[in-house]
Design a protein around this ligand. Structure first.
Ligand SMILES: [Zn+2]
Length: 411
């Protein structure tokens, strides 16, 4: 009985374990950065706004800078100001104002909307009072901002007519726990949520070994669509990036793919496609930026110079690839895109049974059943030992040897 129970428990634990499969990619090395519109935007953005910590004057300046760029490209501008607690930010206490900067392009009031977003705050001086520099936040998330601005610029230049409306959102306060996207989603009516065709997020799309697109932790049409459009340059995340039982507050399991603004949308039932760079394969048990070099995001190394010195143009190629795939996928092939993601909501994981409490309960029920089964099997063996196999008339494991059996045998 003990052995079978142990085997059962081990099998149960193994079934929900977390495994990774190795692959590899390396950055290219050339010197021409100006050919990449995303690099030009990154340099312009980071040079003008090197410090963007939530609640600081630097963040407000960044929001104003974004507003000016958005207006110059002919998009309808709005700002969503809200207060966030900043007591965890060095030198700050209480609440501070931050904002989401929103750019819209409306083609038809009745049409669906595609939301494309990136957070513009950075990690400088965060972490509970300890002064930790996040560098310039070039990768996290100057790279995402640069991708979104490059897509907007191309729309401005090409002036396409689309069968859906566009909303570009630069989120504030992501580093404090996705507070900007949380605020944005909290202000949507159910009708507005239903009207969003897809939310596309770009957060850290620079120096990682590989480019990923994540839609959900199972097959979904949007990941397939973007992976196909990219011609293999962007891959779907491995299916096993989650660990059961560690509830992140967004899904009933922990997954590195959940750690950005798109999760606020997915939690509201809105399908998402999240672009990011990194490497799931270099380390068996965790996600890293690059094999053997996991040292950019949220460190003083997160600067354009460090990216150039360590990754050549590889990080610029990554940013440009994501921007090109979003433009080609969503804008250039708008009808195919709308068709491909039309039923993306149907692929959102119905994971009630996976939630932490429910998973524990199910495990307990499984183990209790296994225990009852093992106990009854043991009693059946005991009965056989007393009666011999010929005397056991039933296979029911619930029948126990009783005094009548023993009396009959002996008489
Ligand atoms: Zn980020």
């Amino acid at each position: 009985m003990k052995k079978s129970l142990l085997c059962f428990i081990l099998a149960f634990a193994f079934a929900f374990g977390c495994l990774f499969v190795p692959q590899s990619v390396s950055a290219t090395q050339t010197d021409d950065f100006s050919q990449y519109s995303t690099y030009n935007w990154l340099e312009k953005f980071v040079t003008a706004n090197p410090s963007r910590t939530t609640g600081t004057a630097g963040e407000q300046q960044t929001a104003n800078w974004l507003a000016d760029e958005i207006s110059a490209m002919g998009f309808d501008l709005s700002k969503q100001t809200f207060a966030v607690p900043v007591s965890g930010v060095a030198g700050a206490s209480g609440n501070a104002d931050t904002c989401n900067v929103i750019a819209k392009k409306v083609y038809d009031q009745q049409a669906k909307t595609v939301v494309i977003g990136a957070h513009y705050d950075n990690a400088t001086n965060l972490y509970n009072g300890a002064v930790v520099s996040g560098g310039e936040g070039a990768m996290d998330n100057g790279s995402g901002v640069a991708v979104v601005l490059a897509v907007m610029q191309k729309i401005y230049q090409q002036n396409p007519v689309l069968p859906f409306n566009l909303e570009f959102v630069f989120f504030g306060a992501e580093e404090l726990g996705m507070l900007g996207s949380n605020h944005y989603v909290s202000k949507l009516s159910q009708q507005q949520k239903d009207n969003i065709l897809l939310m596309i997020n770009a957060d850290v799309v620079a120096s990682g070994d590989k480019l990923y697109v994540w839609g959900e932790d199972k097959n979904n049409p949007q990941s397939d669509y973007f992976a196909d459009i990219s011609g293999g340059k962007i891959v779907k995340t491995p299916a096993n990036t989650k660990v059961m039982g560690i509830n992140s507050g967004y899904r009933p399991y922990y997954s590195v793919c959940q750690m950005s603004d798109h999760m606020e949308f997915l939690s509201a039932g809105i399908p998402v496609a999240a672009f990011f760079s990194g490497n799931f394969d270099a380390d068996s048990f965790s996600f890293v930026e690059n094999a053997g070099k996991n040292d950019v995001s949220h460190t003083p190394n997160d600067t354009i110079n460090y990216l150039k010195q360590n990754f050549g143009t590889g990080f610029a190629v990554n940013m440009q690839t994501v921007a090109d795939v979003i433009y080609d996928g969503v804008i250039q092939n708008a009808d195919e895109f709308a068709t491909a993601v039309a039923d993306a909501r149907n692929y959102i994981v119905d994971d009630f049974w996976l939630s932490l409490g429910n998973a524990s309960l199910i495990a307990l029920v499984f183990m209790a059943c296994a225990g009852i089964f093992a106990y009854n099997y043991y009693k059946k063996l005991q009965k056989r030992a007393i009666l011999g196999t010929a005397e056991v008339k039933t296979n029911s494991v619930f029948e126990k040897p009783d005094e009548d059996d023993i009396f009959t045998f002996r008489s």
